[in-house]
Write a protein that binds this ligand. Structure first.
Ligand SMILES: Cc1cc2nc3c(=O)[nH]c(=O)nc-3n(C[C@H](O)[C@H](O)[C@H](O)COP(=O)(O)O)c2cc1C
Length: 216
């Protein structure tokens, strides 16, 4: 275990570059895609991994990592189990937040917005593109439910394997996507002395975007 002093001393100064308002694209999705591309080019592991925050009916926030699978003008989509804890929370409260942290680039992107399910066609298309083992996993696992032991999980996987064999595996009705339509997106670039650059886009009623610099 790290001592309290070791933990307190863990810090890094960020010095790679700055972020100016003039270099931002007027469209935040285009800006996001440029950063995601750079993360991919820099071989950052799982650059599309994002922390998803949801809030349950009692006001408790919850977070977990999911993978961004579609990013376009409509927003940021990921795929999951529609009976999972996150799905229950999104049914109670469709406001969500996302965070990307690309340590190798000293960059963070924070997004807030409202969530909607992706269309059945989009969920089908993405499900078909997954490896068969992942498709079977979607049938085998009751995500977020208590599991007696690992053996039970593996038995359910084998049952799904025996049921579908070599056939095309259909998308389970309890599996599909969600899309966050962004209301705000903040681009954060680490700087020296904790004087980081923070630039936030906020969706305006007319459909455009306002860009503001925030204090670090
Ligand atoms: C890198 C990484 C990527 C993940 N991607 C997904 C994903 O795309 N969809 C998903 O349902 N779970 C994904 N998970 C698992 C989730 O973090 C989480 O354990 C699961 O969705 C259950 O969350 P819930 O009980 O809050 O609903 C991922 C985990 C990690 C560490």
């Amino acid at each position: 275990m790290l001592t309290a002093a070791e933990l307190a001393a863990l810090r890094q100064d960020y010095a790679q570059r700055g972020l100016r308002r003039t270099e931002l694209d007027p469209d935040p999705i285009t800006q996001f895609n440029a950063w995601l591309h750079e993360a991919q080019d820099r071989q950052i592991s799982e650059p599309n991994a994002m922390t998803l925050a949801t809030v349950s009916a009692d006001g408790q926030p919850w977070t977990r990592t999911v993978l961004l699978k579609i990013c376009d003008a409509r927003g940021f989509a990921f795929f999951t189990n529609y009976d999972s804890a996150k799905a229950r929370q999104l049914a109670d409260n469709s406001r969500a937040a996302l965070t990307f942290w690309w340590a190798g680039l000293e960059r963070q992107v924070n997004i807030t917005g409202m969530v909607e399910k992706t269309s059945a066609e989009e969920s089908d298309a993405y499900f078909r593109s997954r490896p068969a083992s992942s498709q079977l996993g979607a049938w085998a696992s009751a995500q977020s439910e208590v599991v007696t032991d690992r053996v039970q999980l593996e038995r359910q996987f084998r049952a799904a394997l025996e049921k579908y064999g070599e056939e095309e595996i259909p998308r389970p009705p309890h599996w599909g996507g969600y899309r966050i339509a962004p209301a705000t997106l903040e681009f954060w670039q680490g700087r020296r002395s904790r004087l980081h650059d923070r630039l936030r886009y906020t969706r305006e009623p007319g459909g455009g975007w306002k860009i503001e610099r925030l204090g670090p």
